[in-house]
Write a protein that binds this ligand. Structure first.
Ligand code: NI
Length: 152
């Protein structure tokens, strides 16, 4: 089991746009395993590659019985706007209320390089939007999310 170090603000890597994953090989497989191990060790429900300093477009999340790996994802949001109170492993001790959508349709590659499309609502939809933002260097403290902060 490998627990990677989760980067915290301020760190320039957290505000970069990540690059597409190109090679679906053993090292990608190992990295995804490390991401899950790290997310579990930090007791998170989602973790994106840039948070461990790897500027690639992938994230993992796990909530209830949903366990998801999204590689090179594209998101289409739908439904109602909602106010979501969120924390982030990269921003300790801060909670922010950000604007999300109630549903999200995800198209992404899985670990085998196969494209899938799946819809989520509830908490998974919110986690997916949060993690996908990390791939674009957007944190919960970003202006675009109409954030209100409070200390957690
Ligand atoms: Ni986060």
């Amino acid at each position: 089991m490998t627990v990677l170090t989760v980067l915290e603000v301020p760190n320039i890597l957290l505000s970069q746009t990540a690059d597409d994953v190109v090679d679906f090989d053993d090292s990608l497989n190992d990295f995804v395993t490390d991401l899950f191990d790290t997310m579990h060790a930090y007791k998170g429900i989602g973790l994106a590659a840039p948070q461990v300093g790897v500027l690639k477009r992938l994230f993992v999340c796990e909530y209830d019985n949903n366990c998801l790996v999204c590689i090179n994802p594209t998101l289409e949001v739908y439904g109602d706007e909602l106010e979501s109170e969120e924390g982030c492993l990269s921003i300790p001790n801060i909670l922010a209320t950000v604007t999300r959508y109630s549903g999200v349709n995800v198209s992404a590659y899985d670990i085998n390089g196969d494209l899938f499309t799946q819809s989520f609502d509830g908490m998974m939809a919110v986690v997916i939007q949060h993690e996908n933002d990390h791939l674009n260097g957007v944190l919960i403290t970003h202006d675009s999310l109409k954030t209100r902060y409070h200390s957690g």
